[in-house]
Each structure stands twice: as C-alpha cells, then as structure tokens.
Design a protein around this ligand. Structure first.
Ligand SMILES: *[C@@H]1O[C@H](CO)[C@@H](O)[C@H](O)[C@H]1NC(C)=O
Ligand SMILES: *[C@@H]1O[C@H](CO)[C@@H](O)[C@H](O)[C@H]1NC(C)=O
Length: 512
C-alpha cells in the first residue's frame, strides 16, 4: 500500500474513534439511548436525507423504543413515541420546561437578516411568536373566521367551473393546489393578492424544495440556488404589495401583523420576508390533504355515493316563479361539518392515516422525564404525530389501515378530542389556529367536485401513490407522483340541477 494511503487510513480511523469517543463521552447514561452510531453525529442527517418523512417512522418500527436520542453536531434531538411520555411533556406542570419553537423555523426559511431576527426574538422572547397570536385572534372563531371562510368559498365557487371544465385532463394534485392557492391567499391578501400573478404562484412552488436545504444543508446558497432565487421573487412581490398598500384592502389580520412587525422596528423589506411564514402556514398542507381526501373518496364508489347523498340532503332547492329546468340547488357549505358524517369521517381518517406532523419543543433546563430519562438543557424534543396515529394500543390492530368507517363509530370519535391520540394540527399553544378555516375550505372544495363532476383516472384504475419523497418538515406528505385524471361534468339526466354554493345560513335563507 502507498504510504500516503496508509496515513490517510490511519487518520480516518483516529478521527472515527475520536468522534465515537466524543459521542459516548458526552452522552449521559441517564439520557434516552442513542440508536445508531455508524457515523457519529451524522447518522440522523444522512437518515433524514435518505428517508425523509419516513425516517422517524422507520426508526420507530425498527427499534420500538419509547424515546431515544439522535445526536447532530452541537444538537441533541429527543424523539418521543410513547403516549404517556408525550402526555407528561404536554402537561401544565411542564409548560415552562418544554417551550415550543416555531419562531426560529419561520425566521430561518424566510431569510430574515440577523438584526431583524434579534428584533423579533427580543419582542417575543419565549412567548412564542406574533404569527400564532394574530392567527388565533382572527381565524380561530367568531365573525372574522366566518368572513374569511366565506371569502375563500366565494372564490372557489367562482373559479372551480372555470378550471374544472368538461373533458379537462390534468394532475389531481395540480388542479386542487391551484384552486386552493387562489382561494386561500385571495381571501387573506384581498384584491391585490400577489399570488394572482401566475409567476408568483410558480415561484412559490419552486421555492418549496429549498426548505429542506435551509434546514439540513450546510450550504443552502449553493445547493438550493434555484429555490432561493424563487423566494426572492415572491418576497419582491410582497414588498410591492405592502408599498402600494395592498394590505390595507386585505383581511385585517395581514395589516395588523405588518404593523406589529414595523412597530417592533422591522424594515419594510424584512417585514415582507415574514410573509413567507404566513404563506407557508396557508399553503403547505391544504392541497395535499385535499388530494388524499379526494383520492380516498373517488377511488371507492360506495363512499362516493354516500358522500353525494349526504351533500344532496343538506342542499335546498331555490324557489323560482317559473318551472324552469334545470332547477338551482343551493348548498350552505357551513352546514356540512355538522351534517355530513361520512365526508367528515373521511377527512378525519385522512388526517389520522397520512399526517406526518412533528411537534417541536426546546428543553429549557436539565430535567428528568417520567422519573427516568434525563433531558439536557437546549435539547430539542420531537413528537411525531405519526407514532400516535399509528399506535395499535390506541387505534387497535387496524391502526395501519385506512378505514373510512372508523370515525363513524362513537368509540373512535371519542379519541379525536384528545391530542395524545389525534394531533394532525399539533398540540398545545402552537396547535394550528387556522385549522377551522382550512378544513372548511378543503371540505367545500371537495363538495364542489363531488357534486358536479365525475373524476376518472387516465390510467383506468385508482392506485395510491407512494410517499417516499415527502419532506420531514411537511405536516402532510405529498404523493411521489400526481394522478392524471379526466373530469366530466355530471350529466343533466343524472343530476338535473345547477349548483350554487354559499357559506352561512344568511346566504341561503328563504329557500326550502
Ligand atoms: C410579521 O408579519 C408577518 C406577516 O406579515 C407574520 O407572519 C409575522 O408573524 C409577523 N411578525 C411579528 C413578530 O409580528
Ligand atoms: C372529526 O374530527 C373532529 C375533531 O377534529 C371532531 O370534532 C368531529 O366530531 C369528527 N367527526 C367525525 C365524523 O369523525
């Protein structure tokens, strides 16, 4: 062997041993154990890059541990699977020990400069972030939630007939993503919505793959150049939006967040960047959820029929003075959550079965969890929703199966009310405050499709796509490929009505 090879070899072995030594030397016996130490400190980064959203669930099925440690350079992650430990972490007594950590994520991928980051940290400190607080105030309940939902539903009902034409072919995910993007952002950003520009919509899509790089790549400016350029275009559009007062005509939440930012001393350019966080919250999961929900409904003729019948039963005929045909049926979409159990049970099962949401908290000081596990200060606690949703102790032997009947039984339905069994929107203080808004809009879009169109896969059969390429940060995993479908409008003989869709009782009064 060549001498320099020998030296190289020796150096590699010494470095390896040193890293192993460092790893085990800095890991307390009382901490949750480390699973894999093939490449000390880099196992998990490699694992995440290889297995993406499946990484944690693979570890869960391979080792079946309640809790374990993943080590990264300068960072320890404690991954918690056991419901009793999750409950302890979430308990009131521990609220000050485990603090949610969303602000950092938002600041990282929106590209805020150092100074603005410091400004926001000072302003919000450990109290979470202004974003969740504002969304709470406007979208959790009450008249403003109703106004936002109605605005989104009105946009959908105007735009679906234009894009879902007879004989239209296209990717199912693509079709619903476009509709939802325009409806959600339109309702929130108002008439000057930057996403009405197709270039901005496309740039947002091009940016998304960059988020993983920003999170895990040592050098995102090189590995994610295209995505970061796309981000610059979106931010630029928002800068213009704020400069020209677009936010003044928007849903009041937007203007308020913008003013909050500025009052904390953020420059306009920097405040525009924060809009990336709002966009991500709005756009990252809705379309994927709708895709899977539609997939499960459309691929099962019985479920499809049951869903249609329930929706028909909620709709009312519009009275006309003449006897013109077709008659118009009006559906108040605000009633479907309460009156269409099959559809809502499908949504709940879609969330349970597919969600890959991960709750993240930071350990504030050394603490012993469940009298057993030492968790060190500044460690990151990760709670994968998936391990709760697929836990056989909670959901029974069919936990790994999609069962559209599951939530029609009162017994399963009871479990929906506790976040130690069902947590697609996260849990605790950071539980997604936009959940009512987004699920209402999702169900509305699904109702519009189911009532008006036959949707058939071009392949001839409905085959569920795999989810290997979904990213770890996604709350809902995107399918590895889109399903090409053909739409045809329901024929008048089968469905002798025109549909009108509305949101809220007052929109349909005087009908019968
Ligand atoms: C700043 O505004 C953006 C949206 O305009 C929002 O996402 C963010 O949370 C705001 N930040 C603060 C600290 O208010
Ligand atoms: C669906 O889940 C929600 C909670 O997220 C619950 O309130 C509702 O009753 C569930 N409905 C059905 C039919 O499963």
């Amino acid at each position: 062997m060549h001498p320099s090879l020998v030296v190289g070899f020796a150096v590699a072995i010494i470095a390896y041993l040193a890293l192993q030594f460092l790893l085990h030397g800095t890991q307390s016996k009382r901490e949750p154990c480390i699973l894999e130490t093939t490449v000390p400190f880099f196992d998990s980064a490699i694992g995440i890059l290889r297995h993406r959203a499946n990484y944690l669930s693979n570890l869960r099925s391979k080792y079946r541990m309640s809790i374990y440690t993943l080590r990264m350079p300068f960072q320890r992650l404690y991954v918690v699977h056991a419901p009793n430990l999750i409950q302890t972490i979430q308990s009131k007594a521990n609220a000050a020990t485990f603090i949610p950590n969303l602000l950092d994520f938002g600041m990282l991928f929106s590209g805020l400069n150092e100074q603005s980051q410091r400004t926001l940290r000072d302003a919000f400190g450990v109290q979470g972030n202004g974003f969740t607080m504002s969304v709470h105030k406007y979208l959790l309940s009450g008249p403003s939630l109703k106004a936002a939902t109605r605005a989104a539903v009105d946009r959908l009902s105007a735009s679906v007939p234009n894009h879902f034409e007879d004989d239209r072919q296209g990717g199912l995910l693509e079709l619903v993503r476009h509709e939802l993007t325009l409806a959600l952002t339109g309702a929130i950003y108002g008439p000057e919505n930057p996403y009405d520009d197709p270039d901005v919509e496309a740039s947002w899509r091009d940016f998304l793959p960059g988020i993983s790089h920003l999170l895990y790549s040592p050098c995102p400016s090189v590995t994610a150049r295209k995505a970061l350029n796309a981000r610059t275009r979106v931010i630029h559009a928002f800068r213009k939006y704020f400069q020209t007062g677009g936010h003044l005509q928007a849903f009041p939440m937007i203007a308020e967040m913008y003013e909050t930012n500025k009052s904390h001393g953020l420059a306009l350019d920097e405040a525009a960047k924060m809009e990336m966080a709002t966009s991500l919250a709005m756009l990252s999961s809705g379309a994927v959820t709708t895709f899977w929900l539609l997939f499960h409904i459309l691929s099962d003729p019985d479920v499809m029929m049951a869903t249609r019948e329930e929706l028909h039963a909620v709709a009312k005929l519009e009275s006309t003075s003449d006897n013109s045909v077709p008659r118009t049926k009006v559906l108040d979409l605000s009633g479907i959550k309460g009156k269409c159990p099959t559809l809502v049970a499908m949504l709940n099962e879609t969330l349970r079965y597919h969600s890959t949401v991960i709750n993240i908290k930071q350990v504030q000081h050394d603490t012993t969890l469940g009298d057993q596990y030492l968790l060190k200060k500044n460690g990151i606690v990760m709670i994968p929703g998936e391990s709760v949703h697929h836990n056989v102790d909670i959901w029974g032997p069919s936990a790994d199966t999609f069962d559209h009947h599951r939530f029609l039984s009162p017994d399963s339905k009871k479990k929906l009310s506790t976040t130690s069994a069902f947590r697609p929107f996260g849990a605790g203080a950071t539980m997604c405050p936009g959940r009512h808004f987004s699920t209402s809009v999702i169900l509305s879009l699904v109702a519009m499709v189911v009532l008006q169109y036959e949707v058939l896969p071009l392949q001839g059969q409905w085959i569920a796509p795999t989810k290997r390429n979904a990213d770890l940060w996604n709350a809902m995993p995107k399918p590895d490929w889109d399903i090409d479908v053909r739409l045809s409008k329901m024929r008048v003989e089968e469905n002798p009505v025109e549909w009108r869709f509305a949101w809220g009782e007052d929109a349909v009064k005087n009908l019968f």
